[in-house]
Design a protein around this ligand. Structure first.
Ligand code: APR
Length: 295
């Protein structure tokens, strides 16, 4: 990550001032988030340096048939992958990017958050109108009847991420996964309710996320490389429908050419400052209104 993504200078403040104007003058504002927003909570991004797909090939580890193959040939690698990927989820807490998005919603500046993240951190931060287009790792889905149920966060820690002296055998791995997700009331086996490569997105959620994106007039894309489809089509459609795109990412992405504003900062810094400026302005306006009402 570039050095200037850490500090905020006058140039950044100007960009943030413009972003606040765009947000304040829009009717419906939506946040669209990716792994970069949770990276400051200790969860690895997928791509780029330190990304999980650099250590584990996504062609194998990002889809069920690939995982099944590794499971048969090399169960120790599955254990390493699950432990590496899951342990950060189990202990992560929302950072100020999640908190600012939640506070912006509560203050009436944004209408909702569409996220590709499965870590539940937007909900933990207090966001209400959340569209998890890639699912949620703290929810189980029944393979037989499709019923979904939330799982307690600590169960991931207790079952999947506990360090052991020796590698687990295949049967033990399956037993632990079963213990994590539990069985459905219908008796069916369950799996974590996340979307892997090649799988369809949860239809109702994706449709409603798309509807919100189509009607918004401003979309804030934060912490995403926006290269995984169909989720990445959400900000693209919003822009095609006339929405203004504000991008928050220390790096340029495929979305950057379509952005009215690109803010090359960490999401926690940029969103924290946006919230501060917007609520500062709102308080000033309320103060002026109170004074003129008294006069
Ligand atoms: N603030 C803002 N952006 C950041 C930060 C930060 N603190 N740290 C990293 N980034 C940016 C990176 O520059 C990168 O562009 O976040 C982006 C993360 O990109 P990816 O790792 O590709 O994550 P994401 O876009 O969410 O991936 C989409 O890919 O493998 C699948 O299903 C997985 O939902 C995921 C999808």
């Amino acid at each position: 990550m570039r050095e200037d993504s850490v500090t905020i200078d006058n140039g950044h403040l100007k960009l943030i001032g413009k972003a606040c104007e765009l947000i304040a003058n829009s009717h419906t504002v939506v946040a669209f988030t990716g792994a970069g927003v949770s990276s400051e909570s200790g969860i690895s991004v997928f791509r780029g340096s330190g990304g999980i797909w650099q250590k584990f090939n996504p062609a194998l580890y990002g889809n069920l048939p690939g995982l099944a193959l590794v499971f048969i040939l090399n169960p120790e690698r599955i254990e390493a992958f699950v432990r590496e990927a899951a342990s950060a989820f189990a202990v992560a807490k929302p950072n100020s990017a999640h908190e600012s998005i939640a506070k912006l919603e509560h203050a009436g500046f944004i209408s909702g958050v569409i996220t590709q993240n499965v870590d539940n951190l937007h909900r933990e931060a207090g966001s209400l109108n959340i569209f998890e287009v890639h699912g949620n790792i703290f929810r189980a889905r029944c393979l037989k009847c499709g019923a979904r149920e939330d799982l307690p966060k600590r169960r991931l820690l207790e079952n999947i991420t506990t360090k052991r002296n020796s590698s687990l055998k295949r049967r033990e791995l399956l037993r632990l996964l079963d213990k994590y997700t539990g069985r459905c009331a219908c008796g069916g086996r369950r799996r974590p309710d996340i979307v892997m490569f090649g799988e369809p997105l949860p239809r109702g959620i994706f449709r409603r996320a798309m509807e919100l994106a189509m009607k918004c007039d401003c979309i804030i894309a934060a912490g995403t490389s926006a290269i995984v489809y169909p989720a990445a089509s959400i900000p693209e459609y919003a822009v095609r429908k006339g929405a203004t795109l504000i991008e928050i990412n220390p790096e340029r992405t495929g979305l950057t050419p379509f952005a009215r504003l690109w803010i090359p900062l960490r999401a926690s810094v940029a969103l924290g400052e946006i919230f501060k400026q917007l609520t500062g302005k709102a308080n000033q306006r309320a103060g002026k209104a109170r004074i003129s009402a008294k006069a």
